[in-house]
Design a protein around this ligand. Structure first.
Ligand code: ADP
Ligand code: MG
Length: 588
């Protein structure tokens, strides 16, 4: 290219008389050092005054090189200034202060008419310095031209923005890179005079836009940092949370945390990675499992409060399962949370049993009393018969009394029987009648009357008989304990697909404050109460997909309403929610 030459050739031009103001944008450090070294050597070689503005470390490196050729006295003739202190001095870049500073250093020499060389690496300090920088270079260009100075203004090409470079090329006649020097096509002599209004506005505009860009960039960096932090947190959560988590992508397992591998008794992750998730998660209920698979494959999330899974070693555990959409390694995936409920289920079973035994114990006294009466009359009539005073009707009385004893003993046994855990279809009115038998004595002792009413149609529910009886024994017992000389109404009503069992007493009622606590464990207002009865009733009702509500007024009485789904044959409508339908079909 025309006019192009290396710095060496350029300085060596014997016929060069005009001043040199070079804009140097460097990008390779070793070439920068080589060029600076050549510049200083040229000055020393020709006994010229040279001002060198650089960082101390760079200067020390160059000085070592110079000392290989020149004496230290000679090298010390270089006027060295630390560029950081020279240009910024802990403050903003100030064009006038800096150009005056250069002039004050050079004036004594210029007055003697000596030729001067300047090399300075100019620091571009902050976003607002373009106008200052340009003003500085304009000032420099002016006295460089007037005083016939040779000056290289070096800028770091890797950090200086292109818009600044473009502006600076207008104030330098020459443009230099690490390897070449050429004439700057943008150089404008009129800049030697002053900024035009138009120019000032234009630069202010550039600076404003640049500030906005820097601001946007900072926001982006911040957002990026937040995203990066969140990503890290997400990973940490997945790894450290003591909750079993699996992630699948297109049905394939892509992630499993330690807890999931342990709770689901799975082989090491490496061995199952990439396999279909449906290969190692098996429900005991195949119908439900198919539902889960279909739900996920039709891009819907899935949740199941309790589901039994059959593990590799054939053991069965109960889990809460939730499958939700998530992002994993930049693509849509499904995150499965599986919480092992097995220990809680065992605890719950134990609690239900303990409370049942407690109920049976409490009932025993009343039952003994109930059995004692018929026994006394049987004994009396037996004696009469023994001594030949028997009449036909005594046998009938003895038969009736024996039936009554048998009935009570049977009921008592049912309550004390271990849980069968088998859901069967039972008549709700029969269950209630049998529970009534157990509680009647206690009711009579307290002057209470238990009045039952049933619809004509026999209503059936699918349930565990002993557990449902346990619920009604506790509710009826609570009603009897709260009531004195009053009525206890037990009403069974059909409501579409459900049956309501309403237990209404005329007892002491429950205060508003106590009402919020009655289901809490160990809340009791009774001297010998356990405070576990209602809590266990709620658990059993929940396991039967039922509901419980309560209304109570102090001094008036309390009404409990229990609702259970009817067996399918008796339902007026089939429920539409597939998941709920599922739940019902498994348990009820
Ligand atoms: P417990 O009968 O051992 O006290 P429960 O859980 O069965 O335990 O009942 C908790 C409390 O709820 C009772 O102590 C009582 O204060 C209140 N409660 C329950 N049912 C009734 C009722 N029908 N009338 C008044 N209070 C009741
Ligand atoms: Mg109770």
């Amino acid at each position: 290219m025309k006019n192009m030459t290396t710095l060496q050739l350029f300085l060596d031009q014997k016929d060069r008389v005009e001043p040199l103001h070079i804009y140097y944008t460097f990008s390779e450090r070793h070439k920068y050092i080589r060029n600076a070294l050549y510049f200083l050597s040229y000055a020393l070689e020709h006994n010229l005054n040279v001002l060198f503005l650089e960082e101390d470390t760079v200067y020390q490196e160059i000085r070592v090189q110079l000392l290989k050729t020149y004496s230290s006295e000679k090298v010390d003739t270089i006027m060295y200034q630390d560029s950081m202190q020279f240009y910024l001095n802990g403050k903003q870049f100030d064009a006038d202060r800096n150009s005056e500073h250069v002039l004050s250093l050079l004036t004594p020499l210029l007055e003697k008419g000596e030729h001067i060389l300047i090399w300075g690496q100019v620091l571009f300090p902050s976003e607002n310095s373009l106008s200052q920088l340009r003003q500085y270079e304009m000032n420099c260009d002016k006295f460089i031209s007037e005083k016939h100075i040779t000056s290289v203004c070096a800028y770091n090409g890797l950090t200086i923005p292109a818009y600044v470079q473009t502006e600076l090329l207008k104030t330098h006649k020459y443009f230099m890179t690490d390897d070449e020097v050429t004439i700057s096509g943008l150089y404008q002599r009129e800049h030697l005079q002053s900024f035009s209004d138009h120019d000032r506005k234009r630069i202010a505009n550039i600076e404003r836009k640049n500030r906005q860009l820097i601001h946007d960039n900072e926001n982006l960096c911040e957002a990026y940092e937040i995203i990066a932090r969140k990503k890290k947190d997400y990973w940490k959560l997945l790894k450290e949370l003591p909750i079993p988590i699996l992630i699948s992508k297109d049905d394939t397992l892509v992630y499993a945390n330690e807890r999931a591998l342990a709770d689901l008794e799975l082989p090491p992750f490496e061995n199952i990675k990439g396999e279909s998730i449906f290969n190692f998660i098996h429900f005991t209920d195949h119908f439900l499992e198919q539902k889960w698979i279909n739900t996920l494959q039709s891009n819907q999330e899935f949740e199941m409060k309790e589901v039994e899974l059959k593990l590799e070693n054939d053991s069965i555990k109960t889990f809460k399962l939730k499958s939700i959409f998530t992002w994993y390694k930049e693509s849509e995936s499904i995150l499965h949370v599986l919480i092992d409920l097995t220990p809680y289920k065992l605890l719950e079973k134990k609690m239900i049993r303990a409370e049942k035994l407690n109920l049976a114990g409490q009932l025993a006294a009343g039952i003994a009393h109930e059995i004692k009466n018929p026994l006394t009359s049987i004994k009396g009539f037996y004696k009469l018969i023994k001594y030949g005073m028997g009449k036909e009707k005594y046998f009938n009385i003895i038969d009736d009394e024996l039936d009554r004893i048998e009935q009570i003993a049977n009921e008592f046994l049912i309550l004390s029987k271990p849980h069968s855990d088998i859901f069967k279809i039972h008549s709700i009115s029969r269950i209630i009648e049998e529970v009534k038998t157990l509680l009647e004595t206690q009711a009579i002792i307290k002057g209470n009357d238990i009045i039952t009413s049933y619809p004509e149609e026999e209503l059936l529910i699918k349930c565990e008989e002993t557990k449902i009886k346990q619920v009604f024994v506790n509710l009826l017992k609570n009603a009897v304990e709260a009531t004195k000389n009053g009525h206890i109404y037990v009403t069974v009503k059909k409501q579409l697909d459900f049956v309501d069992i309403i237990i209404q007493d005329e007892g002491c009622g429950i205060s508003k404050e106590a009402l919020s606590k009655i289901s809490e464990p160990f809340f009791t207002t009774k001297e010998k109460g356990t405070g576990l009865g209602l809590l266990i009733c709620d658990k059993i009702i929940e396991n039967h997909n039922g509901m419980r509500s309560i209304e109570s007024t102090e001094g008036v009485g309390t009404t409990f309403t229990i609702t259970f789904p009817l067996t399918k044959g008796q339902q007026t409508y089939i429920p539409v929610d597939p998941i709920l339908y599922n739940d019902l079909s498994t348990h009820v």
